[in-house]
Structures are given as structure tokens and as C-alpha cells.
Ligand binder design. Structure first.
Ligand SMILES: [Zn+2]
Length: 353
């Protein structure tokens, strides 16, 4: 979908609607995006049960027809199936509604089928809500695919507030991780001459600082907290769109999380793994790792990998494997010769194990 040969392309969402109890606005939101053809929703069964009647009512008022594709996983074969569905029907837009899986499948299917997509998150567990990147199982690479950012983002805080608390805490972990992601990018600029985008880096870094502020009164005002966290997650996705890569959002801590996906699959959520890894990587960077750990604890995000069911050996192996996950991504792990004992000491010094 991208034919740019020269220059730096920034792809950003066109319209973001965020508010409390706004589901009735969804039809007019699509109309305002210029949608006049049938809509394909991609979601899990439980999400469909919760939101379908309200959405159908709103779409009827806006004279839009819709179909639903129920998925239970985000794999390359499901993405291929959804994009074929789009090519053989006359859908005007795909809406990914749910947590990470549905949004990721909608994002990549829309990219393959060359039709736009809308991100409709029902939880705030990671920064894929707004970014042009998606993760899939069943592919031969353990990190994100490049696709397009959503044409629109529709964030109903009432729905997102009802998601399990653990998902919100995981989103906080993914935000904290931006501190080490940006530090790694600075290192790549200084040590390997990588292009560095000051604006994108600052925007991503600011989202992590907002999380620090938010963590100070996290449990007292949940709706406000959810809104601020959702806005910060959207901003990090926008930072990736400005950078044209996941660089401002994803450094050594994300590489470790991807390595854990391979070594210890199904243990821990993405943001939880990134948050814990960020504590250890911040110590390597010479940052105040205790500040990061304390903020994570205030938002109820795990700070020790045993809480995720991951063993010491698995975490040590993940840190060893991390630099090989994506060799083109220069991080603090490229500058430090860590053997097994050093890694064990680092993890135990930072109370990550
Ligand atoms: Zn992430």
C-alpha cells in the first residue's frame, strides 16, 4: 500500500473519538470517516455478545450494513482468511473490536486487502491500539509486522473501564517501557548513526512520564486514569507513525518480551513482560530503575518474573536470545557483554527474580 521511494512517510490516524458511554455514536463516527459501504467487524465471541446490539442499533441509524467475523486467535492463516473475505465482498472498512488479537487481525487484513480499518479497543492493555504494527502467531518472525495505522480510533472509556484490571496494568507496563525504548534509540543514534526522530522520541517518552504522574493516584479515580492511559497509549502509536518505525516504542525490553514469547509462551501479558524487562534494562542504562519499579507497583503491574510463572533460567535465556531476535535493532544489549552470571546478578539486583 506504500509506494513511497524517497523521503520520510508519516502515517497517522485521521480521526480519534474518545469519551464515556459513546457507543451510540459509532455509526455517525463511521459516516464522518466517509464510510458508506458495509462494515466488517472482527472480534472475539465474548466481545460480540457484549457490544453487538448497541453497535447494530447505531449502524442502523446511520444506514450502514455490517457482518461479523468471529476469531479466537491472531494468526497468519486467520488474517489471510479475513483479507480474502474482504476482497470477495464489498466492505468499505474493517473494524477490529476487542483486545490485541482482533485489532491486530483487522490491521493486517486491511493492509492486505487494501481497505482502511478502525481500531475499537475494549481494553487498554498495549500500544497496538493506534500503531501501524501488528503481532501474529504462526509467522516465522517473533516481532511486529508493518501495516498501516488505523483510519480511525474509537475509544469508549465506559467499555474499557469494565475490562479486567490486569489488562489496564499491562498497558501501564507497555507505557513505562518507552523510557528504555527511547534510551536505546538514543544509543543507536550515538553508536551506530541511526536516524533519530527527536519529536517522535519526545512524544513516546512523554507518555511514560504521564504514566508516572497517573500512578500516584491510580486507584482513586478509575475513569480518569483509564482515559489518561488510553490517550498515552494512542500517543505512543502516533509516535511510531511519525517515526515510520516502532523505534520510539520498542527497544531492548521489547526484544526480551518477544524472546519470552518463544521461550515461555503463554506466560504473562505483553505489557507485563515489557515492564519487568524495562526495570532491568534501565539499570544497564544507568537510569533510576527503582523509580520504574515503584511506578509499576503503584499500578499493580508485576515487577518480578515469578509472578508471571516464568523461571529464572527462562528469563536469563530470554535476555541472551533478545539481541538475535532482531539484529538490526541496536540496543543497550549490543554494548554489554553479559554472561549468564552477569545476567543473574542484574536480575537479582533489580528484584526481577
Ligand atoms: Zn509494546
Amino acid at each position: 500500500m506504500n509506494s513511497v521511494k524517497k523521503g520520510h512517510l508519516m502515517e497517522l490516524p485521521n480521526r480519534v473519538l474518545i469519551g464515556h458511554d459513546i457507543i451510540g455514536e459509532f455509526g455517525s463516527f463511521l459516516n464522518d470517516l466517509g464510510v458508506d459501504k458495509p462494515v466488517l467487524f472482527v472480534s472475539g465471541k465474548n466481545v460480540q455478545n457484549v457490544v453487538k446490539s448497541s453497535i447494530t442499533e447505531s449502524l442502523e441509524i446511520s444506514q450502514l450494513k455490517s457482518d461479523w467475523k468471529i476469531i479466537d486467535n491472531a494468526t497468519t492463516s486467520i488474517t489471510d482468511e479475513v483479507s480474502e473475505l474482504c476482497k470477495s465482498n464489498n466492505y468499505g472498512i474493517i473494524v477490529g473490536i476487542g483486545g490485541g488479537k482482533s485489532v491486530d487481525v483487522a490491521k493486517l487484513s486491511s493492509y492486505q486487502a487494501k481497505i482502511p480499518f478502525v481500531s475499537f479497543p475494549t481494553s487498554a492493555s498495549h500500544d497496538g491500539i493506534a500503531s501501524p504494527f501488528a503481532s501474529l502467531k504462526g509467522s516465522d518472525r517473533p516481532y511486529s509486522f508493518v501495516a498501516s495505522p488505523p483510519l480511525g480510533i474509537f475509544a469508549d472509556i465506559k467499555i474499557i473501564s469494565q475490562a479486567p484490571d490486569r489488562l489496564l496494568s499491562s498497558g501501564c507496563g507497555d507505557l513505562i517501557a518507552k523510557i528504555t525504548a527511547v534510551k536505546d534509540w538514543e544509543l543507536a543514534r550515538d553508536n551506530s548513526g541511526e536516524r533519530f526522530g527527536n519529536y517522535a522520541a519526545s512524544l513516546s517518552y512523554m507518555s511514560s512520564r504521564i504514566l508516572f504522574d497517573e500512578s500516584l493516584n491510580f486507584t482513586t479515580n478509575k475513569n480518569d486514569s483509564v482515559r489518561n492511559i488510553v490517550e498515552a497509549l494512542i500517543s505512543t502509536g502516533v509516535a511510531a507513525g511519525i517515526a515510520g518505525s516502532s523505534r520510539p516504542c520498542s527497544g531492548s525490553e521489547h526484544l526480551i518480551s518477544h524472546a519470552l514469547d518463544i521461550i515461555s509462551p503463554n506466560n504473562g501479558l505483553h505489557g507485563e513482560k515489557c515492564g519487568i524487562s524495562s526495570i532491568a534494562m534501565s539499570k544497564l542504562h544507568g537510569l533510576d530503575w527503582q523509580e520504574i519499579r515503584d511506578a509499576l507497583q503503584r499500578v499493580n503491574c508485576p515487577t518480578n518474573i515469578h509472578d508471571l510463572g516464568i523461571s529464572d533460567d527462562e528469563m536469563i535465556e530470554a535476555i541472551n536470545l533478545a539481541p538475535t531476535i532482531r539484529p538490526d535493532r541496536y540496543t543497550i544489549l549490543n554494548t554489554t557483554d553479559l554472561d549468564r552470571d552477569n545476567i543473574h546478578k542484574l536480575l537479582s539486583d533489580t528484584n526481577c527474580i
